[in-house]
Design a protein around this ligand. Structure first.
Ligand SMILES: Cc1ncc(COP(=O)(O)O)c(C=O)c1O
Length: 489
């Protein structure tokens, strides 16, 4: 097996931070490295520095580095080959993913508030009912104008392409309608991009953790996600650079605004470096802005990633109505160069030909007067976020998380690596969650769980004590079968 990239001694020393603890130094070092691998901060298939380089970077003896690597090799966290060095892996029992966990199941969605089980797997809000009805009424009035046309606009209804272009321009990304392709949501946009830009055997760089359905879409075209771990407070661009240069991915996928699931936002200076790296390595960079509009506070957001590449030669933007308006519309878009838009439209013709006209007209109406709806949706999400934060601090004080400035979920670090056990047991306690490994590759993120704050405050207040009871059962040693498969959005 080849490594996808390597880390240098100083880079690994930075990731390790203060790793020393009680007991022999080699055991403490092995423990710290194991945690980095399990949490996904040191990605799988990464070549680690030689023993001498590691010893030098950490200021320890070579014997310590050798013994730490030997322990990790024995436990199955490192593989080595003479002449090729050592690279990270997981013990084989963790590499096997249960296929049923990555399959989607609509039966398992539970009833949200209506049913017995509170469903915390979906980070999606309810529709802004009044605005949606008004937009639907306006769309119905507008419909007769479109009836003499065939209704097949593979790239999207011209009025909606114009409205999306105007919306992006107002957000600081000058856009013309020819750069816009209307899709059935961001997931469809991503699937089309993967179909056109990548293929079987190709590598696609992703953040780690990342949006599960994006990881599945990459696998669905026969490509392989090459994960680059997120740091606690942002992107590890040294690791991105090493991966772009050494793994030569066919495409890179990023969620720069309120990243799903970490909630982090790519800083302005990091945006410049990321785009420059993609440009010099000629890697198409797909920026998924699905959550960009769900801004709940904090400093003004940096300009959209594509503003650093206005022609769209390197950066392709994916957007959606789903998170700020309503996922049920199934309207999203791609913003790219006009040439790529044409290629995507041609690829789309083999799948679904075009999006429904009425929904496109509704989206057009909503985008024309987006500001008041967005304000209301943001205020509701902010209140829900604060309720979830307060309830977690009260009932589960050992769980750690940063309060995000946007998005619809918290990425929570548990006080034990038992996320899958929690997901499996939670149903019995009346709540459903998506386990951390759903957001990673090869079983990483057992120490994390994503908790959306999309449901109303009283439901969230009800959910957290149930979650605390499930966690008590897990830490008391209870176990269950695999978690019910769920659609994670
Ligand atoms: C980052 C990200 N991309 C894409 C999607 C899918 O969005 P859509 O409903 O527009 O297909 C989601 C939904 O959760 C998401 O969080």
């Amino acid at each position: 097996m080849d490594a996808d990239r390597s880390v240098t001694g100083p880079h690994l020393a930075r990731l390790l931070g203060s790793w020393r603890s009680s007991g022999p130094a080699y055991a403490a070092l092995a423990r710290a490295l194991r945690l980095l691998i399990l949490d996904g901060r040191l990605p799988l298939r990464t070549r680690v520095p030689g023993e001498r380089d590691l010893a030098e970077a950490l200021g320890v003896s070579r014997t310590t580095a050798t013994a730490a690597y030997a322990a990790l090799r024995d436990e199955g966290f490192l593989a080595s080959r003479r002449g090729a060095g050592s690279w990270t892996r997981l013990p084989s029992d963790r590499v096997e993913r249960k296929p049923e966990l990555s399959r989607l199941s609509s039966q398992s969605r539970g009833g949200g508030v209506g049913g017995e089980v509170i469903d915390l797997t979906c980070a999606a809000t309810w529709a802004p009912a009044g605005a949606l009805h008004a937009a639907l009424a306006a769309a119905t009035a507008e419909l007769p104008r479109h009836l003499p046309e065939p209704g097949y606009d593979t790239a999207g209804l011209p009025v909606l392409r114009e409205a999306i272009a105007a919306h992006l321009t107002a957000r600081g990304l000058p856009t013309v309608p020819e750069q816009v392709l209307v899709t059935a949501g961001a997931q469809h946009a991503l699937a089309l991009l993967l179909r056109v830009l990548a293929g079987p055997g190709d590598r696609v760089l992703t953040e780690h953790p990342s949006y599960p359905n994006a990881l599945d879409a990459i696998r669905a075209v026969g490509a392989r996600p090459v994960p680059v771990p997120m740091l606690e407070d942002g992107w590890d661009l040294d690791m991105v650079e090493a991966t772009l240069r050494q793994a030569a991915p066919r495409m890179a996928y990023t969620i720069p605004d309120f990243q799903n699931p970490t909630g982090l936002t790519l800083r302005a200076e990091d945006r410049e470096r990321l785009v420059a790296l993609a440009r010099t390595t000629r890697t198409p960079l797909v920026a998924d802005e699905t959550l960009a509009e769900v801004r709940l506070g904090g400093p003004a957001p940096p300009p959209p990633l594509a503003a650093l590449d206005p022609g769209g030669e390197t950066v392709v933007t994916v957007g959606s109505m789903s998170k700020a308006f309503w996922a049920g519309l199934r309207i999203g878009w791609v913003r790219a160069s006009p040439t790529l838009v044409q290629r995507l439209a041609a690829a789309r013709a083999t799948v679904d030909l075009s999006s429904p006209v009425v929904e496109q007209l509704v989206a057009t109406e909503l985008l024309r007067d987006a500001a008041p709806v967005l304000e209301r949706q943001r205020a509701a999400a902010r209140a829900r976020r604060d309720v979830l934060v307060a309830a977690l601090r009260e009932h589960l004080p050992g769980w750690r998380f940063a309060v995000p400035d946007g998005g619809l979920s918290l990425w929570v670090e548990l006080d034990a690596s038992r996320s899958s056990a929690l997901a499996a047991l939670a149903d019995r306690h009346g709540v459903r969650v998506a386990a951390g490994p759903r957001f990673g590759v090869d079983g990483a993120f057992e120490r994390f769980v994503r908790l959306p704050f999309a449901l109303p405050e009283d439901v969230l207040e009800d959910a957290v004590p149930r979650l605390a009871a499930a966690w008590r059962a897990v830490t008391d040693g209870a176990s269950a079968g695999p978690a019910t498969p769920a659609l994670v959005a």
